[in-house]
Design a protein around this ligand. Structure first.
Ligand SMILES: NC(=O)c1ccc[n+]([C@@H]2O[C@H](COP(=O)([O-])OP(=O)(O)OC[C@H]3O[C@@H](n4cnc5c(N)ncnc54)[C@H](OP(=O)(O)O)[C@@H]3O)[C@@H](O)[C@H]2O)c1
Length: 237
């Protein structure tokens, strides 16, 4: 039996990169996509890195074609490429709004559509959503759109034996915060407000994705696994 295969969009940094490393260490053959860090992802050399912008259907075609030639069929499609644009409505212009929906929603939808012929019985699809709502209205809307999309696809693809789930990270310490101007001190302070007392690590999410992809999760579909250290739980008087 050949080793399992995974395609991870947005696998060049943060959560996607940690998932690529974890799955590679567990014997998966892995391909990742990315844009800015496609040339310097720093992944093991067996992991194939392909530059593909999730906003571009020709790029998605190219990436899926590379996956077909490099991996054959897929056991896991991790639809993780995504962006957030925090801020009030006044600071969200049309470009930011379009990028949120084009990368998070349209990119995920068409990557799955194109990759479907590579997914057979027993394969697993995982969307990255997000546990928080304080990240800007347009970001919340774009990420929120993924949940009904995921559930509809879980229903549609269940007869083919393909499971479709989501993972929703809370506050996870990835390079995205540095790029948004969030300092280490700010992240540590926010982490202390999480019930478990720290920000999550990319590996925390990678473990959840590996679980959803595994046979151990063979009866789970249409579900959203929140990995947030308890963020969002409020004490009741
Ligand atoms: N970190 C958190 O606290 C948190 C919380 C909730 C949800 N999330 C979600 O988790 C996912 C991963 O985020 P992260 O924190 O790991 O951030 P990250 O380190 O910035 O990683 C984002 C990944 O998405 C890729 N990407 C961005 N724009 C893309 C595009 N147009 N086409 C293809 N790939 C693109 C990036 O590739 P390049 O760098 O190569 O361009 C990178 O590999 C995202 O969907 C994010 O919204 C994160």
């Amino acid at each position: 039996m050949s080793s399992p295969a995974a395609l991870i969009t947005g696998g060049t940094s943060g959560i996607g990169r940690a998932t690529a490393e974890l799955l590679h260490s567990r014997g998966y053959r892995v391909m990742v996509t990315g844009v800015d860090h496609a040339a310097d992802a720093g992944l093991p050399e067996e992991v194939l890195v392909v530059r593909a912008d999730a906003r571009s259907l020709p790029d998605i075609d190219h990436a899926v074609d590379r996956a077909r030639r490099h991996l054959g069929s897929l056991d896991l499609l991790f639809l993780n490429a995504g962006v957030s644009r925090p801020g009030p409505i006044e600071s969200t212009d049309e470009d930011a709004f379009d990028a949120l929906f084009d990368i998070n929603v349209k990119g995920s939808f068409f990557t799955l559509r194109k990759a479907l012929p590579l997914l057979g019985e027993g394969a697993s699809v995982v969307f990255t959503v997000g546990a928080g709502e304080g990240v800007g209205a347009a970001t919340t809307a774009a990420k929120g759109a993924l949940l009904p999309l995921m559930r509809s696809l879980a229903l549609e693809l269940a007869p083919r034996g393909i499971r479709v789930n989501a993972v929703s990270p809370g506050l996870i310490d990835t390079p995205v915060y540095g790029r948004m101007g969030v300092t280490r001190e700010m992240l540590d302070t926010w982490g202390k407000e999480v019930p478990l007392g720290r920000a999550g690590t990319p590996a925390d999410i990678a473990e959840a994705v590996a679980y959803l992809a595994s046979d151990a999760a063979g009866y789970i579909t249409g579900d959203n696994l929140v990995v947030s250290g308890g963020m969002g739980i409020h004490a009741r008087a």
